[in-house]
Design a protein around this ligand. Structure first.
Ligand code: ZN
Length: 402
């Protein structure tokens, strides 16, 4: 950690594209002391503070990826790789992938399912400064039905009492969030179909109730409309995927989407960085039918947040911008997209008082990129410097280029 004054052509303090040209950010240790017009911030800076001047760059809040799986390697068969790996081998890969996230400007990730509590260990090592990486909020083993979606991560459980016990077990192991697989999913052959519910509404209520008692939020993986309805009724904090599937098709319910919006439940569509390849293979027209439901949710007032599902096949850890590009394809403005990956994500994860914007007293989670991401989102790919909780990190590709 270091003290640092960064001056730049633009500083996006957020939200909504809020910011200033010819701006500066002053960092002391782990925290931001000031962010805004250069002259005002400079006036607060100690004379001998190290300075970095980047007139062509933009400074913005570090990015937040709300849905990753550090235990998965994003290859063709991540499940097979996990099954073959012992704990030390898996942890090494997770550390490498955490660094890749940091390289691409991500300063906070929510890990929604790993094995053996390894994400907790990685989280703690990063927090202590032993490894470079983003802050990790980790779920541990996701709660799932016996033989259900991602059962091999060790979270199989059945019945209300056992579910409550599983929540307590994850909490005791150090979970920051409880992840529950409300429906089936694509990764797990032989499990329930993707649209099918894995738990009853009463079981999901028990999960949320027990998590609340322990002060933990709940993230529900839900593709099927029935599972989405049960998750909404239970009062989860975030719904992951939310694809409105039903047997043989889709069932996007107006009343339910209105309830999601009214309850302030955040939805993470978990758009893969690889979405364009999917669209090309699937056919843009058919893919757009799926994509348009995301646009529809936004139009109905649902708070969407950014996440990549990094780790599942071809959802790589170094292309968050590729995932954000999905929302540009849907017609979202760049200011809104950046909010989804910063201030809105922080709110959804319960850390809005700490990170997601550049302001005095916030953690120094800071991203410096060349160019102006409000003009061109691809500027987010040109990372010059990342501060994660005040720790400076310069990606190798940035050193090679400059
Ligand atoms: Zn996932």
């Amino acid at each position: 950690m270091t003290d640092l004054l960064i001056t730049a052509g633009r500083v996006l303090t957020g939200p909504g594209g809020e910011g200033t040209t010819d701006g500066a950010v002053l960092v002391q240790g782990r925290d931001i002391v000031a962010a805004g017009p250069r002259e005002e911030v400079e006036a607060l800076a100690p004379r001998d503070v190290p300075r970095m001047s980047l007139p062509g760059a933009t400074v913005l809040p570090g990015l937040i990826d709300c849905h990753v799986h550090l235990a998965f390697d994003a290859g063709d068969d991540p499940v097979g790789s996990v099954k073959e790996s012992d704990a030390p081998g898996l942890l090494l890969g997770m550390a490498r992938r955490a660094r890749q996230l940091l390289d691409s400007g991500v300063t906070t990730v929510r890990d929604l399912g790993d094995r053996d509590g390894l994400a907790f260990r990685l989280r703690d090592a990063i927090a202590e400064g032993a490894l470079p990486g983003p802050r990790v909020l980790a779920a541990g083993a996701p709660l799932t039905a016996p033989g259900g979606h991602c059962w091999f991560l060790g979270g199989e459980v059945e019945g209300e009492d056992a579910l409550r016990e599983a929540v307590r077990r994850n909490a005791a192991a150090g979970a920051d969030v409880i992840k529950v697989m409300a429906t089936g999913g694509g990764l797990t052959p032989g499990g329930p179909a993707t649209w099918e519910s894995q738990f009853t509404p009463a079981e999901l209520r028990a999960v949320v109730d027990e998590a609340r008692r322990l002060g933990l939020p709940v993230a529900a993986h839900a593709h099927g409309t029935e599972g989405i309805a049960a998750a909404v009724a239970a009062g989860v904090d975030t719904i992951e995927h939310c694809t409105w599937m039903a047997e043989g098709g889709f069932d996007a319910r107006e009343d339910l989407v209105a309830e999601i919006a009214a309850k302030g439940i955040h939805v993470c569509p978990a758009a893969s960085p690889n979405w364009r390849v999917f669209a090309e293979r699937f056919g843009y027209e058919r893919a757009d039918a799926v994509f348009s439901r995301v646009r529809w949710m936004a139009e109905q007032g649902v708070h969407l947040i950014a996440g990549t599902d990094a780790g599942v096949p071809r959802a790589v850890f170094d292309n968050f911008t590729g995932s954000l590009d999905f929302y540009r394809h849907l017609g979202f403005g760049t200011d809104r997209i950046i909010d989804m990956a910063t201030v809105d994500a922080a709110r959804a994860l319960g850390i809005a008082e700490e990170t997601g914007r550049l302001a005095a007293g916030y953690r120094a989670d800071v991203l410096v990129v060349d160019g102006d991401p409000l003009e061109d989102l691809d500027a987010l790919r040109d990372v010059r410097l990342v501060l994660a909780a005040g720790r400076p990190h310069i990606p190798e590709h940035a050193i090679a280029r400059h």
